[in-house]
Design a protein around this ligand. Sequence first.
Ligand code: NAD
Length: 431
Amino acid sequence: MDSGRKKRYAVVGTGSRSKMFVRAVVGQFKDRCEMVGLCDTNRTRMAFHNETIENATGRKVATYLADDFDKMIEEQKPDTVIVTTRDCWHHKYIVRAMELGCDVIGEKPMTTDAEKCQQIVDTQKRTGKQVRVTFNYRYSPIRSKCRELIQDGAIGDVRSVDFNWLLDVRHGADYFRRWHRRKENSGGLMVHKATHHFDLVNWWIGSRPKTVFALGARTYALPEMARRLGLENHAARCQECMVAYKCRYYLDLRRKEEHTRLYLEGEKEDGYYRDQCVFADDIDIEDQMSLVVRYENGAQMSYSLHSFMPWEGYRLAINGTLGRIELNVGETSYISGDGTIQGALLKDRSSLMVLPLHGTPYYVDYPEGKGGHGGGDAPLLVDAFGFREGDDPLRHAASHIDGAYSILTGVAANQSFVTGLPVEIDSLVKF
Ligand SMILES: NC(=O)c1ccc[n+]([C@@H]2O[C@H](COP(=O)([O-])OP(=O)(O)OC[C@H]3O[C@@H](n4cnc5c(N)ncnc54)[C@H](O)[C@@H]3O)[C@@H](O)[C@H]2O)c1
């Protein structure tokens, strides 16, 4: 690229999450970056983001419906495509962007199943283009500190991991309202959500999953639970629900501007309803999941993910030959697009402790991360858009290989839920 020229970006998938990337390109990084195109199946959502672009730069960019993705690349010639569509379409745009000569910045999960993952791996090999998966949690200071401790030998060689993540009744319930609630769209929470967690473990312990055995079930997001809560006459969506007044999961899309403009006003185009009932029968993702994983380095993990919980955050312990790390994190509750910070770290409910096998336990301090995802969003953007200064000894940046290994634990778990058998990761994708 000519060094005087601004780097050109296009976004495909202009929903809620793309806002962070659009604003970064036309705001914080505007001196060296420019937005050149938007692509989506929905014109209303593209128009919403184009307004942000116009406010920041004084001009709108060209918009393209999904079928015209190739045309966008041909006409606007982006260097990098930012992929923030619904999860099940990530592979399509990642692969095509690389084939058309672009690098990719892609949201998590990189994709939703092994076949799509194989397509990405093969295309990357063939084209040599770069795919970067935006694992923002890696960048939050408390999680970076955990990696640093392990890398510096504070607990010796890692032997095992105990990891329990809780999604609360506000944030967790939101996965059951829209497209995430169908496995074909999201891969279920084992892929859509736990990709973050499995990536963190791979990164913290410096290894890759080898064997996975898992159990999963839907135990709360069920018609039966609606009956038990006296909500049996609920409608398919909150907007039309006669029992909304007594439902703790009622979401009024008219109350938040972003919900109204992106979803309520956009739904006439594509029938994307943002406020579907969390007790519907057609939900097919699990709401509680437990698994055991063996890693290539011999470590093993027991992990669980529970939704519809009273608080949001996790308990983690990593055991090594010299000691143990205990990392407890409380996060703020939120609903995507409600205008609040997503998953901010609650300092008074979070701690990082090292417990040597034969010494005195000690707390480890960490810088306070500001903003979304434990303070991970802001440094992620700096790194992903190429503005990091100096080396990165903790190797925060995640490649397509990291993206692949982060989803394969969940893909294997999905398979294990059905077969009741352990799954070997190397049977899923060939690298
Ligand atoms: N890293 C994080 O912490 C984080 C947080 C939130 C969301 N995300 C990820 O960001 C992505 C988007 O999530 P969101 O909350 O913005 O969802 P969203 O539903 O608000 O936006 C998705 C957009 O994709 C569009 N779309 C659907 N099918 C398409 C297709 N075939 N071609 C082009 N566009 C299509 C939709 O119209 C919509 O505008 C997801 O992959 C999600 O996992 C990541």
